[in-house]
Design a protein around this ligand. Structure first.
Ligand code: NAD
Ligand code: GLY
Length: 363
């Protein structure tokens, strides 16, 4: 299996290449892009021992001059301080405008490396080699880069599109099951918001919770259809002027739950799963979606081993207050992405507070 999906943008289009074993061809893929010789590969101490040397060997075989830097693992390190480390390494290695930063890791490494590449010398080349399911189907595509501010997640950032996104599904074999499940939340999201066929294929699988229980053909379908969904949306609305907001399905309440649990208790994808259950019920209460389809969504979420209930002890008033300080609030109104049928959603800021409260109380 090998497929290529194009992200078509007015400024610069790029490929998402999906092929098992492609990590060992990273250099060859990059050789076609007319990049300068110098490459800075950025990873973390969890991912680098598995895949770092293979990526470097492939880059060297294609005549790139490679430096590497390992940033600490974890969302806590997605900071300006880590990006400053990357600037220092860029300076030591004299990375010029033609140079390239390569992110080898999950969304945390991808977001930070992308932001460093966006800002070093006002923007150098950037390649994404995502190694988590979540980064493969979401974070690595679309050019959102950034870091956290002590007061909030992803508050500092820039749009900077990669020149290539290279997916080697084989690297998912070392990904912990819980991280795989978290990525599956975003896959289910694409099924609900965009791709009813993907949704049906997920429904047909006996299990979705661990990579080893899923047929390789379905993994291929999951990656290609999810990347295609994200590429379609981003190609139509690069800077989130409208349509791209639908990618935030499940994120409104999901982010509030993540933030109230200190970003430590639940993973991003788990928050999205809870948020999709809540948004689904809000849509049902508003008469926009059928209970039967909402139930089908929730069954998929459970099959992926994801939570469908709020973490115990979470205060509903605090969740409603947290919704007000989310990035998605526009002129004081909370925006929700709500399903109307499997494969289609609408965006609204007209959800009565009473319905939000009632749905949360039932969870
Ligand atoms: P992550 O990057 O923290 O990775 C999760 C864990 O898995 C880490 O410990 C990592 O070291 C480990 N890991 C990664 N690949 C592995 C592999 N192949 N084998 C073994 N371990 C591996 O988490 P994530 O879920 O990939 O990304 C979350 C981040 O992505 C958040 O910061 C979020 O804000 C961001 N994000 C960005 C976008 C975007 O559009 N830019 C979209 C969604 C999420
Ligand atoms: N993850 C949401 C977006 O890329 O817009």
């Amino acid at each position: 299996m090998a497929s290529v999906i194009k992200v078509n943008l007015p400024s610069q289009s790029y490929d998402i290449a999906i092929a098992p074993g492609s990590l060992d061809q990273l250099g060859e893929y990059m050789a076609n892009l007319q990049l300068g010789k110098k490459v800075l590969l950025v990873s973390n101490p969890t991912v680098f021992p598995f895949y770092g040397e293979r990526a470097i060997a492939s880059l060297k075989a294609a005549n790139f001059e490679v430096a590497s830097h390992i940033l600490p693992d974890g969302e806590n390190y997605k900071t300006l301080a880590s990006v400053e480390d990357l600037y220092n390494v860029a300076l030591e290695n004299r990375l010029e405008r033609s140079a390239t930063m390569v992110a080898l890791g999950g969304g945390v490494i991808g977001d930070m490396t992308g932001f460093a590449a966006a800002t070093w010398l006002r923007g150098i080349n950037f390649i994404q080699v995502p190694t988590t399911l979540l980064a493969m189907v979401d974070a690595a595509i679309g050019g959102k880069t950034g870091v956290n501010h002590p007061q909030g997640k992803n508050l500092i950032g820039a749009f900077h599109q990669p020149r290539l996104v290279l997916l080697d599904p084989n690297v998912l074999k070392t990904l912990p099951a819980r991280e795989f499940g978290a990525g599956m939340a975003e896959v289910i999201k694409y099924g609900v918001i965009w791709d009813a066929q993907l949704f049906a294929e997920l429904e047909a699988s006996l299990r979705l919770d661990e990579m080893r229980y899923i047929q390789p053909e379905l993994i291929e379908t999951i990656l290609t259809r999810s990347c295609q969904a994200k590429a379609d949306v981003v190609s139509k609305d690069e800077k989130e002027a409208g349509l791209r907001a639908i990618l935030n399905y499940g994120h409104t309440i999901g982010h509030a739950v993540e933030s109230l649990t200190g970003y430590t208790q639940i993973l991003h994808g788990e928050g999205v799963a809870i948020g999709m259950v809540a948004a689904g019920q809000i849509a049902v209460e508003l008469g926009m979606w059928s209970q039967a389809e909402a139930k089908r969504q929730d069954v998929l979420i459970e099959k992926a081993g994801l939570p469908t209930k709020l973490p115990s002890g979470l205060d509903i008033v605090a969740i409603i207050e947290a919704l007000q300080i989310d990035k998605k609030v526009k002129e004081g109104k909370v925006r929700f992405v709500l399903p109307t049928q499997i494969g289609a959603v609408t965006v609204t800021d007209q959800v009565p507070a009473g319905i939000i409260r009632q749905v949360l109380q039932n969870m």
